[in-house]
Design a protein around this ligand. Structure first.
Ligand code: ZN
Ligand code: ZN
Length: 311
């Protein structure tokens, strides 16, 4: 469903402007020179406020066109860092397409950043957002919250590109939800506790297939979506750390997330060329120890993702 969020309604109360006429780790950088497609981890964190890990966000960059999945806190500054590191497609003004796995705050609290920072930095095109039911209401509320800022920037002395403030929201289900000359994007349902709508994403580009689990408990749909894909980016928690968690948290985590032991089984069936661990709940275990937990049950290529890693 294509829903246009036009600022006209918001601004018409106080503004003569007719927006209807506007239609409304750097050292770890490892670009693959042969590939047109690069996968950039913009944020590998969780709700925990780890200063070394921004909130969950991944960019698939094809022919210097960025497709960003999730917008955890810090997302735009991480994109700017990746651009500074040489991924030109992540120049902030180029951030025009955003895909959301689910509406948990750690995956969406960068939404105002993603809407407004590139707009201020002269994005000269609308922002297209694709996400599960509820993303339209969330976006509408964010835009309403910033109406004073929008008025000042568009009606004051500040040079601005009003088209960059236009947001089109597309509430999506499963299957093919987007296609252009660079990518075909498919979504699939994943189990994430009591969330009614939680999605994984499969990006098919001219040279690669990249699958992103989003947040999920073990889901056969991930295995089917990957099925020998080039890169599988999957969330995980430490099996050893889990054993030390209080029972009420164990109940929560086992319903919402995937243990290292479970992920080893999933990866063995999904057979990715590369398994990347992100959204890691470590609970005192080091990334190396968590990798070790995976390798006990999985013999394929696996790495622990860090912010700004490129694959
Ligand atoms: Zn999360
Ligand atoms: Zn979640």
């Amino acid at each position: 469903m294509r829903i246009i969020v036009i600022l006209t309604m918001l601004l018409s109360l106080s503004s003569p402007v007719n927006l209807r006429s506007l239609a409304v780790h750097s050292s770890s950088l490892r670009p693959n020179a042969q590939s047109k497609t690069r996968v950039v981890l913009l944020g590998t964190g969780t709700p925990n406020a780890d200063p070394d890990r921004s909130g969950p966000a991944v960019a698939v960059v094809v022919n210097e066109t960025p497709y960003v999945i999730d917008c955890g806190p810090g997302v735009v500054r991480r994109a700017a860092a990746a651009a500074r590191n040489g991924v030109n497609g992540l120049d902030v003004a180029k951030l025009r397409r955003l895909f959301i796995t689910h509406l948990h705050s750690d995956h969406t609290s960068g939404l105002p950043d993603f809407i407004f920072t590139p707009a201020v930095l002269e994005r000269d095109a609308p922002l297209e957002i694709y996400g599960p039911p509820g993303i339209k209401a969330m976006t509408d509320h964010v835009i309403k919250a910033y109406v004073e800022d929008i008025n000042i920037r568009l009606r004051g002395l500040e040079p601005s590109k009003p088209r960059g403030y236009v947001v089109n929201v597309h509430e999506i289900k499963t299957g093919v939800i987007y296609r252009d000359e660079n990518v075909t994007v498919k979504t699939f349902p994943v189990k994430h506790g009591s969330w009614k709508h939680a999605l994984g994403f499969r990006f098919e580009t001219p040279d690669r297939v990249v699958v992103i689990s989003g947040d999920c408990a073990p889901s056969d749909s991930v295995i089917e979506a990957c099925n020998g894909c080039d890169v599988l980016i999957h969330e995980v928690y430490s099996t050893a750390g889990f054993a030390r968690r209080p029972p009420e948290w164990q109940r929560y985590h086992s319903s919402f997330h995937t243990s290292s032991k479970e992920l080893a089984g999933i990866a063995s069936k999904a057979r990715p060329g590369l398994l990347v661990l992100y959204h890691q709940l470590q609970w005192g275990v080091t990334p190396e120890q968590l990798l070790g937990e995976i390798k006990e049950g999985y013999s394929g290529h696996v790495v622990s993702g860090n912010d700004l890693d490129v694959y």
